[in-house]
Design a protein around this ligand. Structure first.
Ligand SMILES: NC(=O)c1ccc[n+]([C@@H]2O[C@H](COP(=O)([O-])OP(=O)(O)OC[C@H]3O[C@@H](n4cnc5c(N)ncnc54)[C@H](OP(=O)(O)O)[C@@H]3O)[C@@H](O)[C@H]2O)c1
Length: 289
């Protein structure tokens, strides 16, 4: 996988209220921690995240060479004035237009990893594969992947591509166990495709949710934190995700560099199989049969 061992997500960049200079500083700080891959999408901040990131890179263009930039395509927002609804797309000319708009906003020549953000129910795999490969041939994108795809959607698109789909970016955390149950992780392990794991901390719900199952989960995470000498419960969550044999690559969502540093340090921790299942059981509300 042509990425760092953890990825910095930029979905929430607009909320961080950074100037281009502060954004560039943040990029350099996570580069110093070994995180060289960044995750974007045109829909993040209604494209303002890609734009601000591009403004930050423009301040010191050499920084771009140290990064692998992921961005996506495939979600078209709705427009109430025009009476249109949000929808997915996977056809010409929208994919080409979306990639070119991202290149312009980011101020770069090539997208390192280009993902279809959501599976389009109207995807004609021959057409989508052809468009993606033409973008690759033109040098506008380097690697191709998908996000939130089912196994059959992944297989269908891969069957029409000569280039490999290098990832399926999916949600993985101990609150949402779907990927461990619907065969996604088995499928990716079988095909030696490493998932990128989004919302490892369930978007902050790990800390904030008052759902009984999450309260129970937090208690168990704290217990395991003590046992393994972790600094906080989020390190235990990252260790839980990293123990999955499909080898997920966590995408970090925090704009606080101290939290990013803490996440990076979690790569040194390891859970026993019993601890991993204790966390799983706390989320499920029961143990194994
Ligand atoms: N492909 C997709 O469909 C998809 C979907 C969602 C996300 N993503 C990608 O995945 C990345 C990560 O997702 P995410 O942002 O949901 O990640 P996350 O790590 O699950 O959640 C991040 C949120 O948790 C908060 N947080 C972190 N540590 C905390 C703590 N100790 N106490 C309280 N709050 C804490 C952060 O706030 P602070 O900033 O204040 O630390 C932030 O609001 C995104 O940036 C995006 O690149 C992809």
């Amino acid at each position: 996988m042509p990425t760092s061992s953890m990825i910095q997500g930029y979905w929430r960049l607009a909320q961080w209220k950074l100037s281009p200079t502060q954004c560039l500083d943040f990029v350099k700080q996570h580069l110093d921690l070994g995180i060289s891959t960044v995750d974007h999408a045109p829909v993040y901040g209604q494209s303002s995240c890609e734009r601000l990131f591009g403004q930050a890179l423009a301040l010191e263009p050499s920084v771009r060479q140290q990064l692998q930039i992921i961005t996506k395509c495939g979600i078209q927002g709705g427009n109430t004035d025009q009476g249109t609804v949000a929808h997915y797309f996977s056809q010409l000319p929208q994919i080409i237009q979306s990639a070119e708009d991202s290149l312009t906003r980011l101020g770069i020549e090539q997208i390192d990893i280009f993902l279809l953000h959501r599976p389009d129910l109207l995807m004609d795999a021959d057409e989508t594969a052809h468009v993606l490969e033409s973008l690759q041939k033109s040098g506008k994108i380097k690697h191709i992947g998908v996000s939130n795809f089912s196994n059959s959607q992944f297989s269908l698109l891969q069957s029409r591509l000569s280039a490999p789909l290098i990832t399926n970016q999916i949600e993985i955390n101990p609150i949402n166990l779907q990927a461990t149950e619907d065969g996604s992780l088995d499928f990716l392990q079988q095909h030696n495709v490493r998932p990128m794991a989004w919302s490892c901390l369930a978007g902050g719900d790990i800390f904030n949710s008052q759902q009984p199952s999450v309260i129970r989960l937090r208690e168990t995470l704290s217990q395991v934190q003590q046992e393994i000498g972790a600094d906080n419960i989020e390190q235990v969550v990252y260790a839980w995700v990293l123990k999955l044999p499909a080898k997920p690559i966590p995408i970090l969502g925090s704009g606080d560099i101290a939290r990013v540093k803490s996440a990076v340090a979690a790569q040194q921790l390891s859970l026993t199989t019993e601890q991993w299942y204790r966390i799983w059981g706390a989320s499920k509300g029961h143990g194994v049969a």
